[in-house]
Design a protein around this ligand. Structure first.
Ligand SMILES: NC(=O)c1ccc[n+]([C@@H]2O[C@H](COP(=O)([O-])OP(=O)(O)OC[C@H]3O[C@@H](n4cnc5c(N)ncnc54)[C@H](O)[C@@H]3O)[C@@H](O)[C@H]2O)c1
Ligand SMILES: [Zn+2]
Length: 254
């Protein structure tokens, strides 16, 4: 048996032996749906733009229309994207009763589109807009329509405050309800399955350490190495869509 096949079998067995599994997903989950991640060499968004210019709250407020141009372009890719084999395999695992839910850094809602249930979105989502003054939530189309009509600073219908996509930008804190929901999700977790995250963005990068310190196990599927690979029971450096459905099929056969 090849090294990869052994790892695939080991991860399937780990899933079979675990009782409370949570997946932690990052941008690598969605690259096979055509959405670029941040840090893959050559194709990651950070090779093309300066994150602090385009995805920070300060630059958004100082330079709204320039930032919106980039965001609308990224948004179009996200809105068109369909769940890939990896998203679908997670839903299949959940239907088999083997997945409690998903903690995701992604804003693309592809887990929702794949009908996975019980999802915590650490960084919000690209489908809503939020008023920076009163907190009112709108569908993103409200904001996009204003921009398309030439309004350089899209505004709240209630209080005229500046609207922003309801995704967390650099420099913004995560919502406390989100962190609470994530803690609740992992409270009984005995296996954390990390799929497509470089695990460098905090506080998400804390979760693997957190569950290990509670005696739970960690498995990682990520093309590139991560700093925490050595602490995982199984690490597979391959594309999620190519290996994860095979793993789920093996679990199903048992
Ligand atoms: N789809 C999205 O919603 C989206 C897209 C870009 C960035 N983001 C944001 O990116 C931030 C960065 O953190 P991150 O860790 O999620 O992304 P990241 O870009 O830092 O890391 C992605 C990792 O996924 C790996 N990868 C890429 N394609 C893969 C594949 N097919 N199979 C397995 N691994 C693959 C890469 O090697 C990389 O290590 C998050 O804050 C998130 O909000 C989200
Ligand atoms: Zn408002």
């Amino acid at each position: 048996m090849s090294d990869l096949n052994i790892k695939i079998k080991n991860l399937a067995n780990l899933i079979i032996d675990s009782n409370d599994i949570v997946a932690l997903t990052g941008a690598g989950m969605s690259t096979e749906s055509g959405i670029a991640d941040f840090r893959s060499p050559g194709t990651g968004l950070w090779d093309k733009v300066d994150p602090y210019e385009f995805a920070s709250i300060n630059s958004y407020m100082a330079n709204t229309s320039k930032n919106l141009e980039f965001m609308l372009e990224t948004g179009r890719t996200i809105f068109r994207a369909r769940p890939n084999r990896g998203h679908k395999a997670l839903t299949k695992l959940q239907k088999m009763g083997k997945l409690r839910g998903v903690l995701t850094q992604n804003i693309d809602r592809l887990h929702h589109k794949a009908h996975t249930k019980n999802i915590v979105e650490f960084h919000g989502n690209a489908y809503e807009a939020k008023c920076m003054s009163c907190g009112q939530i709108y569908e993103i189309t409200t904001m996009v329509n204003q921009v398309m009509k030439g309004q350089s600073s899209p505004s709240c219908e209630k209080c005229s405050g500046l609207l922003k996509p309801n995704a967390i930008f650099f420099g913004e804190p995560l919502e406390s309800e989100t962190l609470q929901a994530a803690d609740e999700m992992i409270s009984k977790c005995d296996l954390l399955l990390v799929l497509g995250s470089s695990l460098v963005v905090y506080p998400v990068a804390f979760y693997p350490k957190k569950i290990i310190s509670k005696g739970a196990k960690l498995a990682i599927i990520n093309i590139q190495e991560t700093d925490i690979d050595s602490a995982a029971e199984v690490v597979i450096h391959e594309k999620i869509g190519e290996v994860f459905p095979r793993i789920v099929d093996l679990v199903k056969e048992n």
